[in-house]
Design a protein around this ligand. Structure first.
Ligand code: HGY
Ligand code: MN
Ligand code: MN
Length: 409
């Protein structure tokens, strides 16, 4: 039986990013593919039957009865599913995603050690492109599974090198023509429980190692393109410029001011790209991406509208133009009350926490009972190499997940 830390230890060198620090494990990159192989091996070692579905989601099955006897698929309908993702943000931490996957594997060990025989099938799932770091759409795998994104739109998503999701999917054995809503796979999810590192300070302040999730605040991401006049940095007088970088700087400050003036709002520009991006070149265009979140969806929409208006004004003032396109949006999600109650009964005394972080559990919540467990992160920092989980808390998380799964099985 492996501890969560030893499972994570076996992948701790996969996808390290020497320039950013932390890990960069974009979907279908060598690093993420190595993690997929790791998962398939570890699941196989536990007698789980692993399959990859049409959207690239991995499913490791523990079927009812003695083991993995041949089945017709129906024995898996309404299964209990747990799991998370293996892809990361650029320069991310070691736990966002992999903790949920490793804890699910460790929970299977615990259930087997307890002599539990599932009365319904159990699956550990790994969803691709949860972070949307390569193709821009958060939770792309679970959105494809549920039909939450148009399959053509997904096929045409492009990464920074212009590779489409269809091309990347094909290169890794998927048939792009089959991407999209998968009612058979969806019908297999009876309940979904995702364990995840807490991406905040809630459990530190509550002095508890584990929490039950209550909700995920609405969040979305938009791309703002500011177009000006590329020119020479030395021969273009200041009064003769239409510099999109200056407009972009105004926009970033306006975004901060607008969000800071709205209680509970969060808005972030973490990615900005001048084109062409030369030191002695006035940019012709600046692309920047805006992440906006708020518990109330109408407020999120109003914030984005205000930001868009301010961006157009700032651009015009600099002789530029601004265009905003939506990349992905998820409304605020409250997890299934009955499933949450079951988790609370399995984990007496565990506090209940909302989160500002999106998850596949949030996408699946619209299609069936979905819930989350969070494990204490003593730094309270995430999407950064400083993200952390103590080994003992990681094992407490796996034990809590096993308690929940045993109750739900
Ligand atoms: O961005 C998020 O909220 C999540 O970590 N993907
Ligand atoms: Mn995550
Ligand atoms: Mn994340």
């Amino acid at each position: 039986m492996d501890s969560v830390s030893s499972l994570l230890g076996s992948i701790e060198d996969v996808g390290r990013d020497p320039s950013r620090g932390g890990y960069s494990r974009p979907v279908f990159s060598t690093a993420e593919l190595d993690l997929r192989s790791w998962f398939q091996q570890e699941a196989g070692r536990r007698g789980l039957e692993v399959e990859t579905d049409r959207n690239g989601i991995l499913w490791a099955w523990w079927d009812t009865g003695s083991g993995n006897e041949a089945h017709d698929g129906d024995s898996r309908r309404g299964a209990l599913v747990t799991g998370s993702h293996l892809d990361s943000v650029p320069g991310g931490g070691a736990f966002d995603g992999p903790l949920g996957v490793a804890s699910a594997l460790a929970a299977v060990d615990l259930l087997k050690a307890r002599g539990v025989t599932p009365h319904r099938a159990l699956a550990v799932a790994v969803f691709p492109e949860e972070e949307g770091s390569r193709f821009g759409v958060a939770c792309l795998g679970s959105r494809l599974l549920t039909g939450g994104i148009d399959a053509d739109a997904a096929r045409n998503l492009k990464d920074a090198d212009g590779v489409t999701f269809a091309e990347a999917a094909r290169a890794h054995g998927l048939d792009p023509a089959h991407l999209g809503r998968d009612d058979e796979a969806l019908g297999r999810i009876g309940d979904f429980v995702e364990l995840h590192v807490e991406q905040g300070r809630g459990l530190i302040d509550l002095e508890s190692p584990i929490a039950v999730g209550t909700s995920i605040i609405g969040h979305g991401r938009w791309k703002l393109t500011i177009t000006g006049q590329g020119n020479h940095a030395g021969t273009t007088l200041m009064e003769d410029r239409a510099d999109p970088m200056v407009a972009a700087a105004q926009v970033v400050l306006a975004i901060r001011k607008t969000a800071a003036a709205t209680p509970e709002a969060r808005a972030t520009v973490g990615r900005i790209q001048p084109v062409p991006g030369g030191t002695n070149v006035i940019a012709s265009r600046v692309d920047l991406w805006i992440d906006v979140r708020h518990p109330d969806d109408a407020t999120t929409a109003a914030l984005v509208e205000s930001i868009h208006g301010q961006a157009q004004k700032a651009a015009a003032f600099e002789g530029c133009t601004a265009a905003l396109t939506q990349e992905s949006v998820s409304g605020t999600v409250t997890f299934d009350a009955e499933l949450q109650r079951q988790l609370q009964l399995a984990l007496p005394g565990a506090p209940a926490l909302p989160t500002g972080a999106g998850h596949d559990a949030g996408i699946l919540a619209a299609y069936g009972p979905s819930a989350m467990l969070y494990v204490r992160n003593p730094t309270g920092i995430s999407h950064s190499p400083e993200e952390h989980v103590e080994p003992d808390d990681a094992d407490l998380g796996a034990a809590a997940l096993a308690d929940v799964l045993e109750r739900l099985l």
